[in-house]
Design a binder for this molecule. Structure first.
Ligand SMILES: Cc1cc2nc3c(=O)[nH]c(=O)nc-3n(C[C@H](O)[C@H](O)[C@H](O)COP(=O)(O)O)c2cc1C
Ligand code: SF4
Length: 493
């Protein structure tokens, strides 16, 4: 009870369009690219999202579900939600997330002029106007096509609801189709869908919202994800972002204020703040927008600390906090915060390894969490039949993680470190201010080893004689990595 009261605002349930969310911590949209050629949710992806729900998030969102595969695909392996055969996959997803007490959402998306996969297979790429795009020529989207795409959004939302999802999230930010129509430098159309008038540039988005509402009815929450500002020279600024939010006010149930642009590198780093930026650095955009709307507002970007998240809600900057990478680094953040175990939270250090790998290998790796994208495998791990005595030599990050994993399986674990502290070679980063989450990680892992009951022996070098004297069943040699020295003339001083 005490720890619930510690973050009373963060753990206060919220009702959106008749749907109850158990707290204010949502998992922000994340795509999953390890899907088969049909691009439907599979068992791996279901386990990936279910793990977040199990960690206590109030809502989990499957990102980048393409509403029209023919014209809307950016990456070739994103979900499609325009084919009735995808229904069982989304139903499995919704059921897995719901049985953990969270609300499942899908993000409805269309890449518009950035539909790279469409361009690569020789399809027609549509944007607001004729132009030369990043992937070749872009054709002005004819009005008939606009109306067809609006219907695609509506039907996709209907399918999501039928699958058992409790919300849909319209992706109206990060420079994708709907945001392209908002941008007056891009959308110079002369008809009712563009030009100087904000009303015209918003028409597409609002028609999408209204169409979805017709398909899902009033008692079904619609979240609208937008960039508060596009954060680059030719993008729209916060003043316009406020006007867009005002037009959405009362028509959607949650205005989700992100920032930046996916296809402009400098602005992409605003969307996904780097380790050089402060925690919660984009909350200021939500705060400004919230001053102008009555609809609940969500903020996102670089949140890792429940105390800061509580403050954001308590001070009225936002009603909901959404977490992206933090759900990969430690999906148990909500549970740990609720149980008063904040000191056990592994904080995302914003190294972007996950992001790089998701693009290059279609596989998430987290530098800090070995479980990420092995959720299905981990879900099915059986307790060992025979418990063993495990000796881990080396108390760096690999040794600590190995010790923890073995201990959690029930083995007897001795962790030896020849220096007087756990942490290994990465302790040299300890005083670098922008790597503070890395040093916190080292401390947290050491704490977790201690709390798990690992027998930690500092100032202990594992010699052959010492190892033999302990009679272990297994020895794990985690002896550290050698630092890489680039061959730069003069590097030796
Ligand atoms: C690996 C990865 C995949 C993402 N996939 C999506 C996506 O499919 N749709 C989307 O709108 N945002 C996506 N995002 C952006 C996140 O939802 C979030 O806005 C961003 O990471 C900033 O939040 P954070 O600092 O808490 O990570 C993704 C981010 C990452 C790191
Ligand atoms: S890989 Fe890095 S940025 Fe991604 S979740 Fe893990 S710690 Fe965070």
């Amino acid at each position: 009870m005490e720890s619930i009261l510690k973050y009373p605002h963060l753990f206060e349930p919220i009702m959106l369009a008749g749907q109850l969310f158990r707290n204010r911590i949502f998992s922000s949209p994340q795509g999953y690219y390890n899907v088969g050629p049909e691009c439907f949710p599979n068992l791996d992806c279901v386990a990936f999202y279910e793990r977040k729900a199990k960690g206590g998030f109030a809502s989990v969102c499957a990102g980048d579900c393409i509403v029209d595969e023919k014209t809307g695909t950016h990456y070739p392996f994103t979900y499609r939600i325009d084919d009735p055969n995808c229904l069982p996959g989304f139903a499995a997803y919704a059921s897995a997330v719901s049985r953990q007490g969270a609300v499942a959402s899908v993000e409805l998306s269309h890449a518009g002029l950035h539909a790279e996969a469409v361009a690569k297979r020789g399809g027609i790429v549509y944007g607001p106007v004729d132009m030369e795009g990043m992937y070749g020529p872009v054709r002005e989207m004819p009005e008939s096509e606009i109306y067809r795409i609006i219907q695609c959004y509506g039907k996709a939302a209907e399918l999501a609801k039928q699958a058992g999802c409790g919300m849909v999230t319209i992706h109206g930010g990060h420079g994708w189709l709907l945001a392209q129509f908002w941008n007056k430098k891009i959308n110079t159309r002369k008809d009712k869908w563009g030009g100087e008038s904000i009303e015209n540039r918003m028409r597409f988005s609002l028609e999408v919202v209204d169409c979805i509402r017709r398909y899902v009815g009033p008692k079904f929450p619609i979240e609208y994800r937008m960039s508060g500002t596009e954060s680059y020279e030719d993008g729209y600024d916060l003043d316009e972002g406020i006007e867009f939010a005002k037009a959405l006010d009362g028509r959607v149930d949650l205005i989700h204020v992100s920032a930046g642009h996916h296809q402009v590198q400098s602005a992409m780093l605003v969307t996904h703040p780097t380790m050089f930026m402060e925690d919660g650095c984009n909350a200021k955009y939500a705060r400004e927008i919230k001053k102008h709307v009555k609809t609940p507002v969500a903020t996102v970007g670089a949140f890792t600390d429940p105390a800061q998240m509580e403050e954001v809600i308590a001070s009225g900057w936002a009603d909901v906090v959404e977490l992206g990478r933090q759900t990969l680094a430690d999906p148990d953040l909500p549970l740990k915060a609720r149980l008063g175990k904040e000191d056990e939270i592994i904080k995302c250090m914003r190294c972007m390894t996950c992001f790089g790998n998701s693009g290059e290998k279609r596989h998430y790796y987290c530098s800090l969490n070995p479980e990420t994208e092995h959720e299905l495998e981990n879900k099915n791990v059986q307790p060992p039949k025979v418990l063993k005595k495990v000796l881990v030599a080396g108390g760096g990050i690999a040794g600590m993680q190995a010790a923890l994993t073995a201990k959690r399986q029930g083995h007897e674990v001795i962790l030896c470190e020849k220096s007087d502290r756990l942490g290994g070679i990465l302790l040299c980063e300890e005083n670098v201010p922008f790597k503070k989450h890395l040093s916190e990680y080292l401390r947290t892992q050491a704490l977790l080893c201690k709390r798990a009951g690992v027998d930690i022996r500092l100032n202990t070098e594992v010699t052959p004689e010492y190892a033999l004297s302990l009679k272990p069943d297994v020895i794990i040699a985690a002896l550290g990595a050698k630092q890489l020295e680039p061959s730069i003339p003069g590097i030796d001083g």
